[in-house]
Design a protein around this ligand. Structure first.
Ligand SMILES: [Zn+2]
Length: 307
């Protein structure tokens, strides 16, 4: 019997066809100061400046936000109801033993052990090298084993379904603060002599504009994204460096969503062409507050199986 997970995965057969597009917009408001290192630049005398646009304004690279959202989702996935079959590899590389690799008896073909290939890339390379005849079949099995977070956020084996624009400040008072740090010797836990350094931060209350585009999403993708966004709405989003000092905590506010759905239950071919036509002519519909959208998709996760 196909599980709900397998059925929903199969929705994704033709990845070149636009099936749906969801645009989420909101503001990410810093509740504590933010440090996203920009490497030592020529324009700053700080040991650890913040990342700046060419116009010298701090920003949050979309990739940093995506990484933060991904770890937020990865933290929740293991606690979701088991029967939904959600999995997340958490990007932690496995040994052959951890991957459950069993060498096949002589003359037999290997089988992919079912782990997400993102965290056992060495295994895939090894199998392809040692069993060239089985390479195609095993690669196919490996791709079927991609975990839910890799499918949503991307992996070397699968393009991300979600993309996040760089986040620019919505209003900016032009202040970058400088703080002092002291390097601590990990062995003695004492401050190292002459190891004082400074780093820059964007002060708390800075607000950044967020835009996320999710394309060809399954119900599972939507649910996971809503889980991550909900954590951010409730102030558990954390981004950037020096988080152990309490930096980088923020809150997602004013979140809105606009949806284009071209394929799905109850959508006839006539409705599809009408929707697509309107979309191409007039652009995305006006975004609506996303609270209900988030609630519905999260509730769906905890609904009785088979409902
Ligand atoms: Zn994975």
């Amino acid at each position: 019997m196909a599980t709900r997970a397998q059925t929903e995965r199969r929705e994704q057969n033709n990845r070149y066809q636009l099936r749906n597009r969801y645009i989420f917009e909101g503001q990410f408001e810093m509740e504590t100061a933010l440090h996203i290192g920009g490497g030592t630049g020529i324009f700053s005398s700080s040991d650890s400046p913040v990342v700046l646009t060419p116009e010298q304004q701090p920003f949050i690279p979309g990739s940093s936000f995506k990484g933060a959202l991904r770890s937020t989702v990865e933290k929740i996935v293991p606690s979701l109801p088991k029967e939904l079959g959600f999995s997340s590899c958490a990007l932690i590389e496995l040994t052959d033993e951890q991957a459950g690799w069993v060498k096949p008896p002589k003359g037999e073909q290997p089988r992919w052990p079912g782990v997400c290939p993102t965290v056992w890339q060495s295994g895939l390379t090894m199998i392809k090298r040692e069993y060239p005849d089985a390479a195609e079949k095993v690669t196919e099995e490996a791709m079927q084993s991609l975990c839910d977070t890799c499918l949503l956020f991307g992996s070397p084996f699968a393009a991300a379904r979600l993309s996040i624009n760089d986040l620019y400040l919505s209003d900016w008072n032009g202040v970058i603060e400088r703080r002092d740090g002291v390097a601590i010797d990990r062995d003695s836990e004492k401050a190292k002599d002459r190891h004082k350094y400074d780093f820059e931060v964007v002060p708390a209350s800075a607000r950044f504009n967020l835009k996320i585009v999710l394309e060809n999403a399954t119900q599972r993708d939507l649910a996971l994204l809503c889980v991550g966004l909900s954590e951010f709405v409730h102030g558990f989003g954390a981004i950037g460096g020096k988080r152990s000092r309490g930096l980088g905590m923020g809150k997602l506010t004013g979140i809105q969503v606009s949806a284009l759905e071209l394929i799905g239950e109850g959508i006839t071919p006539e409705m599809r062409s009408q929707r697509l036509r309107d979309y191409l002519l007039a652009g995305p519909p006006a975004p609506e507050p996303a609270e209900n959208f988030l609630r519905e998709h999260i509730e769906h996760l905890f609904a009785e199986p088979g409902r």
